[in-house]
Design a protein around this ligand. Sequence first.
Ligand code: SF4
Ligand code: SF4
Length: 358
Amino acid sequence: MAAPARKTDIGPPHYDKFLHPVIKENYGKWKYHEVVKPGVLVHVSETGAKIFTVRAASPRLLSSTTLLLICDLADKYCGGFLRFTSRNNIEFMLDNDANIDPLINELKQNNIPVGGTKNSISNIVHTQGWVHCHSAATDASGLVKVVMDDLFEYFEEMTLPHKVKIAVACCLNMCGAVHCSDIAILGVHRRPPKIDHNNVKNMCEIPSTVASCPTAAIRPTYVDGKPSVVIDEDRCMFCGNCFSVCPAMPIADPLNDGVSIWVGGKVSNARTQPTFTKLAIPYLPNNPPRWTEVTEAIKKIVTLYAQDATKYERVGEWIERIGWARFFDLTGFAFTKEHIDDFKYAGLSYRRTTQIKF
Ligand code: SF4
Ligand code: SF4
């Protein structure tokens, strides 16, 4: 008897197994979509079929109790069909519009807000923070909670000039979308890793530690006769990559780690080309649990944008129109030496757009 075929990679199940039947039947036939009211979308097919979406917030790190509640609501109102967007919004997919208001009422009774559509601030995409990641320079979920506490009205209503996407990444490896969001909060280390020379030989592979450094700042050496490494501190950009492969090089520093604020990124091609974020504030202190300095800065940017931008202008487009000097004047943020890109390959990074032209 022939041996059963060997499976080397099982992989995730094909996504079409989980599509709502209306989406499956109308795949590639969608004619238009519109926002019915804050938090509710309808997609209409060429065949006339409709699928409604109720968008709700999630804190991303969900307890099993909340997950079970979300699943129960999906079973009750939409045949179990829901999905999470890349910014961690929960989207319930409904084919019966009579279920929209009962679902929204039950979500609200359970303190799950509905919104995040069109000219609003949708859920903040964020990373692991102190809960889970070894290289975090700040927390992620804690920051998101305090920032959204301040901006909550903009999630439930659609009163901004355009959509505002906010992202948090807790170090510059940026698992979050901080490079392409209207406002980004980025955790920063400001000192090189501290080398525990006694343990480098026991805990780390020296060649892979040397190879882990993107700026070639690490060299092998001997300290007190033991193999170790040395860091050329002028080359270090405090990324923490070396700590990922060598636990004897911790980078976390409670006194010097903190938060930077970036503005003006977007993925959309509409009106203007996609753009990367640019630096607004190089450093604010880590001040948990409320991070007052950070929340005040974000609120200031959003409030000025809401007052000053014209309709359908994204944050970056607004700043480009009024000029960066005026942006610094209006916000009162200091323009510092960190705003000048003096990286040795800066010439390659001046063109800050994601559109590649050959
Ligand atoms: Fe870890 Fe950095 Fe990603 Fe945060 S952004 S989860 S610290 S790698
Ligand atoms: Fe290199 Fe980054 Fe480690 Fe600095 S923190 S030595 S740049 S890997």
